[in-house]
Ligand binder design. Structure first.
Ligand SMILES: [Zn+2]
Length: 357
C-alpha cells in the first residue's frame, strides 16, 4: 500500500485549466452494477472539500508535490462559490451539504493556510440560512443535525452572532422532531443527533438539551444486541457491521467525545457498550473507504493499528477503488496512511480540527 501511488492516481486524473487556474476531476461512482459519471462535487464525502483536506495534510506532513494543487483547489472552490455553481449532494449535512465547505475553511485556517475562498464564506452561509428546513432529514451526513454540528464549531471559533441565532433555532427544530430517528449510528442515526446537540450544548448548557441527549443515548442502547455486542444496521440492510457510518465505530467516536467533553451527558455503561462493540471480532463491509470500510479503525485510539499486516486487501482495493473522495475513496485511504504515521492528524470522521484538543 503506497501513499505515492494514491497521490499519483489523484493527480493523473486531474483536469487542470492553466488559464482559468482551476482544477476538476471526473467523478465515477459505482452504484449497483452501473457507473455514474459526473464532474466532482464540492462536498466532503465525494468532492473538492475532502480532496483539499487530503492535500493540506500531505503538505503539512512534508510531502512535496511540486505542484500548486492547494492553490488550484482554493481558486476553484472560490470561483464556484462566487458564481453560485458549487454542487453538493444535499443542501444540509456536515459531510454532503453546504456546511462541508465551512468545515474545510475552518480546517485550512487552523492549518495556517491562507486560502482565498474563506473570504467568501458569507455567500455559503447566506444560502444555507435561506433553506426551508422541513423537507430535510435530521441526519448528520446530509440533514439538519450535521449543519448544527459544523456551525456550532464555527461559532466557537468566530463568535458570529448571526450563526448563534441560526443554530439556536435549528437546535429547537431538531429537538421538536427528534423521534423521527429510529436507527443507530452516526451518519443517519441517533448518535449523529446527540453528537450535534452536545456540540451545541457546549455553547448553551440548557437542561432541556441535556435531557434530550440522555434520552437519545438510552434509546440507542435499547437496540444494541447483547448476543453479538453490536448495533444492527436497521436501514433495511439488516446486518451487524463495524462501519463508521452505521455501526459501532461511528457510535464509539461519538460516545467517547461526549464523555470527554461533557461527562454529565453520558453514563459509563453506555460508553462500555460501544467500547465492547469496537473490540469484538469484526465483520466489515469489504470496501476500503473511510465510510464503510475497516480503514476507519485507524482513527480509533483503542485499537492497535498496523496497516501492513492487518489489512492485506488495502492495495487491492486501490486498484478496484475508482472513487477519489475522502469518505468514499482513495484519498481517504491516503489520509489513513498519513494518520498511521502521524497520530496528530485530526479525526476527520468526527470532523475534528487541527490543534483542537
Ligand atoms: Zn458507509
Amino acid at each position: 500500500m503506497k501513499l505515492q501511488q494514491i497521490v499519483e492516481t489523484v493527480l493523473s486524473r486531474a483536469v487542470i485549466d492553466r488559464n482559468d487556474k482551476t482544477i476538476a476531476w471526473i467523478d465515477t461512482k459505482n452504484i449497483g452494477h452501473k457507473y455514474l459519471i459526473n464532474e466532482m462535487s464540492d462536498d466532503l464525502y465525494y468532492g473538492l472539500a475532502g480532496i483539499l483536506i487530503f492535500f493540506i495534510e500531505l503538505k503539512k506532513n512534508g510531502i512535496n508535490l511540486n505542484k500548486n494543487i492547494i492553490d488550484l483547489l482554493d481558486n476553484t472552490i472560490k470561483k464556484r462559490i462566487i458564481s453560485n455553481t458549487s454542487t453538493f449532494h444535499s443542501d444540509h449535512g456536515a459531510i454532503l451539504g453546504f456546511s462541508s465547505i465551512i468545515y474545510a475553511g475552518m480546517y485550512a485556517s487552523k492549518s495556517q493556510m491562507n486560502l482565498k475562498f474563506i473570504n467568501h464564506e458569507e455567500l455559503v452561509l447566506e444560502q444555507l440560512f435561506n433553506i426551508k428546513n422541513d423537507v430535510y432529514s435530521l441526519d448528520f451526513i446530509d440533514g439538519l443535525s450535521g449543519t448544527l454540528y459544523v456551525l456550532s464549531k464555527k461559532f466557537k471559533l468566530d463568535g458570529d452572532r448571526a450563526i448563534l441565532k441560526y443554530i439556536k433555532n435549528l437546535s429547537e427544530e431538531i429537538i421538536a422532531r427528534v423521534d423521527e430517528v429510529e436507527v443507530a449510528g452516526l451518519a443517519h442515526g441517533m448518535a449523529g443527533i446527540y453528537l450535534s446537540l452536545s456540540e451545541y450544548y457546549g455553547i448553551n448548557q440548557e437542561n432541556k438539551l441535556k435531557k434530550i441527549i440522555k434520552y437519545l443515548i438510552q434509546k440507542e442502547n435499547k437496540i444494541w444486541n447483547e448476543a453479538v455486542n453490536e448495533w444492527r444496521d436497521l436501514r433495511g440492510v439488516n446486518d451487524y457491521t463495524k462501519r463508521w457510518c452505521n455501526g459501532s465505530i461511528g457510535i464509539h467516536f461519538v460516545r467517547r467525545k461526549v464523555s470527554n467533553e461533557h461527562k454529565e451527558l453520558i453514563d459509563n455503561l453506555s460508553l462500555k457498550m460501544s467500547l465492547k462493540s469496537i473490540k469484538r471480532s469484526a465483520f466489515y463491509v469489504e470496501k476500503s473507504n473511510l465510510c464503510c470500510g475497516r480503514v476507519s479503525e485507524i482513527f480509533l485510539d483503542e485499537v492497535k493499528h498496523d496497516l501492513s499486516t492487518k489489512s492485506p486487501n488495502f492495495s487491492d482495493s486501490l486498484d478496484n477503488n475508482i472513487n477519489l473522495g475522502l469518505f468514499s475513496g482513495i484519498t481517504g485511504l491516503g489520509l489513513a496512511i498519513l494518520k498511521s504515521r502521524n497520530q496528530f492528524i485530526p479525526n476527520i470522521l468526527l470532523l475534528e480540527l487541527p490543534n483542537e484538543n
